[in-house]
Write a protein that binds this ligand. Structure first.
Ligand code: NDP
Length: 478
């Protein structure tokens, strides 16, 4: 059987690009097809632009703090079009780097959609059929919105980076990473933010104490967070809806302004489960993501697809068809860029280096770029207590930089420790730069460090993180 390529990768996101480059470095003949922009969700409409917006949104508080530290600075308005132009220039630059890395590694790029024809053939949107010994599906995921009338009036995280102008007010639906991160970002940029989460506390799955402190901090910074609340109805606002209300909707000479993304151009009327009716300039759904498997020809080729559209793979990322593998968000294992990259590397190790390598999904450190920021690795207190007796070492305090600036923000440093083995089973940090801290704690936890190993480490003073090695008595045992 002759093939055009040793490997054909579908999808130019973090996972696909890395797998293509590393496979090509082994001498394999590799091609990659991407239907949109190289870089995928992370670079084009996810982690990277989101983090840059987190930075942008932090300046409002920094102006205040600077004054407390003796600087004579005046706060000016935020210029969204100026920032957006710079942001997209940066994304163009990064996309260019991704392309260069691929072509520099001798990966042939097809700017086209690719679907599966059979176990070894992909069909491009140009009509071309190409045959490959191995096919790697790395098509990622996309935001999903609830199936309700009027949902088309709302935006998702895909559109938020492209807005013509910053809304005056926004309703964000959801309590996960994306909803909570954008609540903080938009609030920092001066948008009046309301967030509805249907459950009892945002960030389900994270440590309860940490979630509580994040929610408290978000509220203190101005996010109007409603728990146990969801949207029941939405539609373009009418003139009557707007009469006499609408703090958030811009009015021009007594009339509502034209809103580029709001259905009727006059804001969006929303009825909530708590009985309230409000008009928002913009509504954003951050209600989860679904794998991009529709219309890919997967089932016809023999690939098994799960109930939520995810490609079912084994520990080596191999699908039910031996020549077809899948990595990243399309497999719905752990939806994180570094995990997709790891899965891509393990795939190359397994298939092109003859060294079967299963991906290790245990103890993945991660950060949520909420304001305040959350960093976490390992078990939550709630999970650990279900498994074995634990000691909880925990401290919450006002860090010196905030205290000096007159802020009330508190940080949390928390260790979940096994009573039997003394191992640190989990670490949860709510603080500025928690993401940076948890990366380093993650190494110790992954190595199996005990509480006594933490205690043997000399504190770095004066820092917030020193509390991680100076907590002497457990706050509680369970
Ligand atoms: P999540 O699954 O984290 O959150 C979805 C949220 O929407 C949940 O709060 C969920 O509620 C709620 N929801 C779902 N359906 C409905 C509905 N019909 N009506 C109302 N609420 C609903 O998804 P995200 O989109 O926030 O993020 C997707 C993934 O992307 C994350 O899991 C994460 O892996 C990744 N990501 C990581 C980031 C990081 O590392 N910093 C940043 C952004 C994304 P409930 O809890 O009740 O189910």
């Amino acid at each position: 059987m002759t093939f055009d390529y040793d490997l054909f990768v579908i999808g130019g996101g973090s996972g696909g690009v890395r797998a293509a480059r590393v496979a090509a470095a082994t001498g394999a003949k590799v091609a990659l097809a991407e239907e949109y922009r190289m870089g995928g969700t992370c670079v084009i409409r996810g982690c990277v632009p989101k983090k840059l917006m987190v930075f942008a949104s932090g300046y409002a508080e920094m102006f205040d703090d600077a004054r407390a530290y003796g600087w004579d600075v005046q706060e000016g308005p935020f210029d969204w079009p100026k920032f957006r132009t710079h942001l997209h220039a940066e994304l163009d630059r990064l996309e260019g780097i991704y392309r260069k890395l691929l072509s520099g590694s001798n990966v042939e790029i097809f700017d086209a959609r690719a679907t599966l024809k059979d176990a070894h053939t992909v069909t491009l949107s140009t009509g071309q059929d190409l045959r490959a010994k191995h096919i790697l599906v790395a098509t990622g995921g996309r935001p999903v919105v609830p199936d309700m009338a009027g949902a088309e009036l709302a935006i998702t995280s895909n559109e938020v980076f492209l807005l013509d102008r910053m809304p005056k007010s926004i309703l964000i639906i959801g309590g996960g990473y994306i909803a909570s991160e954008f609540a903080g970002i938009l609030n920092g940029l001066g948008v009046k933010v309301t967030q509805f989460y249907r459950g009892a506390q945002i960030l389900r799955g994270f440590d309860d104490e940490a979630r509580g402190l994040v929610a408290e901090g978000m509220r203190a910074k101005g996010v109007n967070l409603h728990l146990g609340t969801n949207i029941v109805e939405m539609r373009a606002a009418t003139k009557e809806d707007l009469e006499g209300v609408q703090e958030g909707v811009p009015m021009e000479s007594g009339k509502p302004a034209q809103l580029p993304h709001a259905g009727g151009g006059h804001g969006i009327w929303v009825k909530a489960t708590n009985g309230t009716e409000e008009v928002y300039d913009q509504v954003m759904f951050a209600t989860g993501r679904a794998p991009n498997t529709e219309g890919m020809g997967l089932e016809a080729a023999g690939v098994t697809v799960g109930r939520r559209g995810e490609i079912i793979v084994d520990e080596y990322s191999q699908t039910a068809v031996p020549s077809i593998y899948a990595i990243g968000d399309v497999t719905n294992r752990v939806q994180l860029t570094p995990v997709a990259i790891r899965e891509g590397m393990a795939f190359v190790e397994t298939v092109f280096k003859g060294n079967p390598t299963a991906v290790d999904h245990d103890l993945i450190p991660s950060a949520v770029f909420t304001q305040p920021e959350l960093g976490t690795v390992g078990l939550t207190e709630e999970q650990a207590r279900e498994i074995e007796p634990v000691e909880i070492y925990c401290t919450s305090f006002k860090p010196m930089n905030h205290a000096f600036a007159g802020r009330d923000d508190r940080v949390l440093m928390k260790l979940v420790v096994s009573k039997a083995t003394r191992k640190v089973l989990g670490c949860h940090i709510v603080a500025d730069h928690a993401g940076e801290m948890i990366q380093l704690v993650g190494i110790a936890v992954k190595m199996g460090a005990t509480k006594e190993d933490f205690d043997r480490t000399v504190a770095v003073h004066p820092t917030m993180a020193e509390e991680l090695v100076t907590m002497k008595e457990p706050m509680r045992t369970a």
